[in-house]
Structures are given as structure tokens and as C-alpha cells.
Design a protein around this ligand. Structure first.
Ligand code: GDP
Length: 446
């Protein structure tokens, strides 16, 4: 069962509880049966599912619970907490800090997605204001050098590697030293993989780790391998000090549940999920946020933290005041969309918003380039007058719509779509306003 279906199944099981007139053991057992079946169908190991079931049963003691709304809340919370526990090994992952050279080494089998993920992660931290660079110490796979160099050029981060040098330890040491001298604060070393776990691979990994003394070793694993994830992650952990894990290929039809829960069972915190082949297809991982998203609850915490990191600090209080009054003009939308552009692709942002997951999936499904869509929206608004942008009233007159369409080189339908989106955004941003956008508490909004 793919992750989206798993989320839907669990949400449906929880809704049955909410709808039930009386909550008794049977209602809880039926819900648990549905949830457990869905988890097993997603490849989560039976042992973990049995444990989850037992823990929820323990937390939900119908006989001792007061009747009413409270019961439903307790059941929902127990399910939510246990799903989080399934994915959370309870250990904190290494977080790169600014102002020092963070050396990160990637390990994993060939084809797991290491080289792609090295570039994605460099891109992610570049957006966060780091000064990343990449070192290609994969001298085993013929195309690794060119692949990483091309990706590095695309995302505009410095690259170090050698076509001719076969000694991966030497390359990694030279690369890391050079970038340290240049004052780079995130040095990511891509190492070789092999088709299977073997002595040569592990020896090289250990030698590189010895030479570059990484602050963190990230194990990259293909998410489609399901329950086999536990053995693979354990094998790598035994050989080098793996600090965290990235699971790739959790896009599209990947079952995911197996790899996610199995890796967590090795007590390795997952830090990112790879969700596609493009540079932006990397989601930072936090068990709670993941479960919230899975169950379509959105993730206001992540949204607000990303939002506040790109928001113009001077304008924040002014916007907060306007939102508190329920005002959101087209100009506000223009400014916020410009901020959203800085945050990353629109569908990622939408995923974080309650109830917007489906719209995001729709945009993904159509293969729509969300940045291009955003740019097109901004182009349309560039053709509006200052009055139109600043008005709190919706722009309705057809003559104006036609004028804006002509001026921006877009169709009337596209302008109308934008106005519809403004309406939807106003509602949504209104919700964010209510959840406290004020500068003092933006990060705590949930
Ligand atoms: P490496 O041998 O571990 O360095 O693996 P690569 O980075 O070369 O990736 C192997 C293949 O997996 C390439 O075709 C990548 O485009 C693809 N890949 C990597 N990460 C993802 C992901 O998250 N989703 C999908 N669909 N493909 C991925």
C-alpha cells in the first residue's frame, strides 16, 4: 500500500470512531484492525504492528474513560502518538551549525541515490543560508564524477573531484582540506557504493571516515526495499558510525512504511526523505510532522518556521495586523508568493497546510512545475494597477480581467484562476493569521 493510501485508510478508521454513537471495545477493536491491516499492507513488520496495537489498547481503556468527546480525543491521540513512536527512534540527529565547517559523509549501496541526494542536500542547506560544497570520492561508479559535477553546477555549489585519481581516501582528504581553507561551512563527501554489502566497500568507508573525520555520517537507503531496510541499515551501522539516515525513492508508488519503520527500529534518526529525481524532491523528516501530513492534518509548525525564515522581518508585524483584521489584498498575495518562491516549490508548501495536501498532490500528479506556476501568477499581478493590488475587495469587472490578461500575455482563464487562488489563499492565510503570525510567536504556531 502506498503512503497516501495508508494515510487515507488510517484517517478513515479514525473517522469511524468519531462517527460512532457509542464508543465501546468493539469500535476500538475494529479501528485497530483496520489500522493494523493497512500498516501490514504497507510493509511495516508484523512485530512492530503488534506492538503498536498493544500500546494503543493500553492507552485507550474504555472502561475507565469518561464518555463523550474526550474519549474520541484520547483514541486519536493514542493512535497519533503510536504512529510517531513507530517512526521515531527517540534520538536526535546531527544538525549542521553555521560558523564552523560541518563535514558530512554519505554512505550506501550503489543505486541507493547517494549522489543525487548529496546535491539535493547541498541545495537544501544553500537555501537555508549555508555555504555548501561537494566532494566526489566515488571512484568506483564510472558516471559518479560527471553526475555530481553537473548537479553541483546546476545548483551553483563548488565541486571537488578527480577524473584520474583512483584513491578515494586521497581525494576526500584533499577536497575537505581545500574547502575548509576556503571557509565553507558544509562539506558533503559522496563515497562509493557497491552492488551489495562487501568487505571492500566497508574498508574504504572506514578509511575515508578516518581521513576526513566527519561530523556526521549519513546512510542513504532505497526506500523501496521494504523490511530488508532493517538488516541493511544495521550492517552499515556496524561498520561505520552512522549518525542519521536518508530514505530515497519514497515518491509515487513506493510502499515506504516498511523502510521508514524498519530504519527507525535500528535507532537511526531519519533526517530526510527523497521524493523524486529533481533537486527539490527532498523533504526534511520529523516523525510528528510526517504523521500529521500522512493523516492530512497539515503541518503548521513546519510551515511557520519556513515562512518566518524567509519573511521580511520589517513587514511581518504590519502583515500580522492586517491578517488579524481578516484583510489580504492581491499585493499581500504578491509579496507572500514572492516569499513562497524563496521557500521552495509551491506543492511542498501546500503539503504543510491543513487540507491542502490534495491540491499539492494534484499539482504533482500533473507534473506541473510549481515554480513556473508561481512566476506566471506574479506576471499576471505585475499587470495590475496599484489600486487593484491594494484593494481589499475582489477584482470582478470583466473589462479589468481582460485588460490584465492582455497586459500580462496570459489568457482570461489564467487571470480568473489567479483571482480564485487569491480567494482560496485569503481563506488559508486567514487561518494562519488566527494561529498567530506575530513576530514573537511565529515559530510556535501549530
Ligand atoms: P548512487 O549510486 O547511490 O549514487 O545513486 P544515484 O544518485 O546515481 O541514484 C540512482 C538512481 O536513483 C538515479 O536514476 C536517480 O535519479 C534515482 N533517484 C535518486 N533518488 C531518488 C528519489 O528520491 N526518487 C526517485 N524516483 N529516484 C531517485
Amino acid at each position: 500500500m502506498v503512503l497516501a493510501d495508508l494515510g487515507n485508510k488510517i484517517t478513515a478508521a479514525l473517522s469511524n470512531v468519531t462517527r460512532a454513537n457509542v464508543i465501546d471495545d468493539k469500535v476500538v477493536d475494529d479501528m485497530l484492525k483496520e489500522i493494523c491491516n493497512a500498516l501490514v499492507a504497507s510493509d511495516v513488520s508484523v512485530g512492530l504492528v503488534v506492538k503498536l496495537r498493544k500500546n494503543i489498547k493500553m492507552a485507550v481503556n474504555i472502561q475507565e474513560m469518561a464518555a463523550g468527546l474526550n474519549q474520541r480525543k484520547i483514541i486519536q491521540k493514542a493512535v497519533f502518538d503510536e504512529l510517531c513512536n513507530l517512526l521515531d527512534p527517540g534520538k536526535k540527529a546531527y544538525q549542521p551549525k553555521k560558523g564552523k565547517p560541518n563535514v558530512i559523509m554519505f554512505v550506501g549501496l550503489q543505486g541507493a541515490g547517494k549522489t543525487t541526494t548529496v546535491s539535493k542536500m547541498a541545495n537544501y542547506y544553500k537555501r537555508k543560508g549555508f555555504n555548501p560544497c561537494v566532494v566526489c570520492a566515488d571512484t568506483y561508479r564510472a558516471g559518479a564524477f560527471d553526475q555530481l559535477r553537473q548537479n553541483a553546477t546546476k545548483i551553483k555549489v563548488p565541486f571537488y573531484g578527480s577524473y584520474t585519481e583512483a584513491d578515494a581516501v586521497k581525494i576526500s582528504q584533499e577536497g575537505v582540506e581545500l574547502f575548509k581553507k576556503e571557509g565553507k561551512d558544509l562539506i558533503i563527501v559522496d563515497t562509493s557504493g557497491r552492488h551489495k554489502q562487501e568487505a571492500g566497500l566497508f574498508l574504504e568507508m572506514q578509511q575515508i571516515a578516518e581521513a576526513v573525520k566527519p561530523d556526521n555520517i549519513i546512510f542513504v537507503m532505497d526506500g523501496s526495499i521494504g523490511q530488508a531496510a532493517f538488516d541493511q541499515a544495521s550492517a552499515f551501522k556496524k561498520q561505520v558510525a552512522v549518525g542519521s539516515v536518508i530514505i530515497t525513492k519514497l515518491d509515487g508508488h513506493a510502499k515506504g512504511g516498511g523502510a521508514l519503520s524498519a530504519v527507525a527500529a535500528t535507532e537511526s534518526p531519519i533526517v530526510f526523505l527523497g521524493t523524486g529525481e529533481h533537486m527539490d524532491d527532498l523533504d526534511s523528516f520529523d516523525a510528528q510532522s510526517f504523521v500529521q501530513k500522512l493523516l492530512g492534518m497539515g503541518n503548521m509548525k513546519e510551515l511557520m518556521s519556513t515562512f518566518s525564515s524567509v519573511m521580511d522581518a520589517e513587514k511581518a508585524p504590519e502583515l500580522a495586523a492586517r491578517l488579524a483584521k481578516g484583510k489580504f489584498s492581491l499585493r499581500d498575495m504578491y509579496e507572500q508568493l514572492t516569499n513562497l518562491m524563496k521557500m521552495g516549490p509551491l506543492n511542498k508548501v501546500l503539503e504543510m497546510m491543513p487540507g491542502m495536501g490534495q491540491l499539492s498532490a494534484m499539482m504533482k500528479g500533473t507534473g506541473h512545475d510549481s515554480s513556473a506556476k508561481l512566476k506566471s501568477m506574479l506576471t499576471i499581478m505585475d499587470s495590475m494597477t496599484a489600486d487593484e493590488l491594494d484593494s481589499d475587495k475582489p477584482l470582478k469587472e470583466q473589462s479589468r480581467v481582460i485588460r490584465v490578461a492582455k497586459g500580462s500575455g496570459k489568457s482570461v482563464r489564467e487571470v480568473e484562476e489567479l483571482l480564485e487562488q487569491h480567494k482560496a489563499f485569503s481563506k488559508m492565510i486567514g487561518k494562519i493569521g488566527k494561529t498567530n503570525i506575530g513576530p514573537g510567536n511565529r515559530n510556535q504556531a501549530q
